[in-house]
Design a protein around this ligand. Structure first.
Ligand SMILES: [Zn+2]
Ligand SMILES: [Zn+2]
Length: 329
C-alpha cells in the first residue's frame, strides 16, 4: 500500500465554477455600501419589504469573524431531531464567508449571539451549509417563501436583506453569456458585507443568495439560485442519514468519515475532524479502495494495475468510476 501524504491542514481557497465563458473569478474585497436611508426615494425601492421585513429577518443571521469579514446566512431547511436529541436548522451562506472555519459565531436580528457549525460546503457553487440548533431561532418556523420559477426574468427587481433589516436593491441582469443555470446574474456591483444575503424578487419570493463572484470582465456580482441551494442541501441531508462526516479541508461529505478508524477524506486526503488529534494516524489497508480509484483492485480481475479511461489497465474491462467505494472488510 502506498503511504498517503499528510495533507495541509488549511482549507483551500473557494473555487468558483469553471463551466462557462462567464467564469466567476475569486472574490475580491468590495467597498462598503452605505445603507439606504429609510423613507426616502421611491418607497418600493428603499423599503421593498415594508412591515414584512421584520418577519423575514427572523430567518437571517449575521456571520461574524469569518476570514473575509462579516457575512450573512439564512434558513433554508430543517433537520429532524435524532433520538432524544434536538432538531436543527440548516442555513446557507457562501464558502467565501466561512472559509475553512467549522465553528461560527452568528448574530440574530435582535442582537442575540449563537454558535453554528459548518456541516458541508460546495466549493463549485461557493456555498456553505451551517447547522444551528433550532431552539436558537424559535421564530424561524415555516420557512421563507421560495420562488417556484427556475429562471428569473431579466430586469426583475431584486432585493438583498440583512439580519439588521438593511435592504439593497438591484435587478436581474440580462446576459447572453452561456453559463451554468445555477448562477443568477445581477446588477449588484458591491455588497454591504462579505456575501451570503438572501435575494428576493419583486414579489418577495426568495430567489437565491448573493455571492462575491463576478465574471472576469465585469464587476457585476452573481447570485446562486435557490434551486441549486436546495439541491445541495438535499444532498447533504442524504449524506447525513448515511453518517458521512464533514471534511473541512474540501467541504465534502466523507464516507470514510463514517468509520472511526479511517482517518482521511477520500475526496482530498485531508485529515478528518475526528482524527485531528489521533496520536497514530496511518493509512489503513482496508480503506485503500476508498481513496484512489486507480489503487482500487479491478472488480473483474482483482489486479491493482490502475485505471485509464474507466478501463482496467490489465484486463481492459470497464469499471464504473462512480461505483460505490469498497466496503471495509
Ligand atoms: Zn476532503
Ligand atoms: Zn481487470
Amino acid at each position: 500500500p502506498t503511504t498517503l501524504p499528510e495533507p495541509p491542514g488549511t482549507a483551500p481557497e473557494p473555487q468558483p465554477a469553471l463551466d462557462a465563458a462567464d467564469i466567476p473569478r475569486p472574490p475580491v474585497t468590495l467597498p462598503e455600501l452605505a445603507p439606504q436611508p429609510p423613507g426616502s426615494g421611491e418607497p418600493s425601492m428603499t423599503e421593498p419589504f415594508g412591515e414584512r421585513s421584520g418577519a423575514l429577518t427572523d430567518y437571517i443571521v449575521s456571520v461574524l469573524g469569518g476570514p473575509n469579514g462579516t457575512g450573512t446566512a439564512f434558513v433554508v431547511d430543517h433537520v429532524e431531531a435524532a433520538r432524544g436529541g434536538v432538531g436543527g436548522l440548516l442555513l446557507a451562506t457562501t464558502r467565501t464567508v466561512t472559509g475553512g472555519m467549522q465553528r461560527l459565531l452568528l448574530e440574530r436580528s435582535d442582537g442575540q449571539q449563537l454558535h453554528g457549525y459548518v456541516v458541508r460546503a460546495f466549493t463549485d457553487r461557493d456555498l456553505a451549509v451551517i447547522y444551528l440548533e433550532d431552539q436558537h431561532m424559535p421564530a424561524a418556523s415555516g420557512g421563507l417563501p421560495i420562488t417556484a420559477t427556475a429562471t428569473v426574468p431579466d430586469q426583475m427587481p431584486l432585493s438583498l436583506l440583512r439580519a439588521n433589516g438593511q435592504t439593497f436593491t438591484a435587478t436581474h441582469r440580462p446576459t447572453r453569456r452561456v453559463m451554468a443555470a445555477h448562477w443568477l446574474p445581477t446588477s449588484f456591483t458591491a455588497l454591504p458585507d462579505a456575501g451570503g444575503a438572501p435575494i428576493f424578487d419583486q414579489y418577495r419570493y426568495l430567489v437565491g443568495m448573493i455571492t462575491c463572484n463576478t465574471s472576469h470582465n465585469s464587476t457585476h456580482l452573481f447570485g446562486l439560485h435557490i434551486a441549486a441551494i436546495r439541491q445541495a442541501v438535499d444532498q447533504y441531508q442524504q449524506e447525513r442519514r448515511s453518517n458521512y462526516a464533514y471534511c473541512p479541508t474540501c467541504g465534502a461529505g466523507s464516507w470514510a468519515g463514517a468509520f472511526a478508524d479511517f482517518f482521511y477524506c477520500e475526496h482530498c486526503g485531508g485529515v478528518l475532524p475526528h482524527a485531528q488529534h489521533h496520536p497514530h494516524r496511518y493509512p489503513r489497508p482496508e480503506a485503500e479502495g476508498l481513496y484512489q480509484l486507480g489503487n482500487r483492485p479491478c472488480p473483474h480481475c482483482q489486479a491493482v494495475a490502475g485505471i485509464h479511461r474507466n478501463r482496467c489497465q490489465r484486463c481492459g474491462q470497464l469499471i464504473d468510476p462512480k461505483g460505490e467505494p469498497m466496503r471495509p472488510r
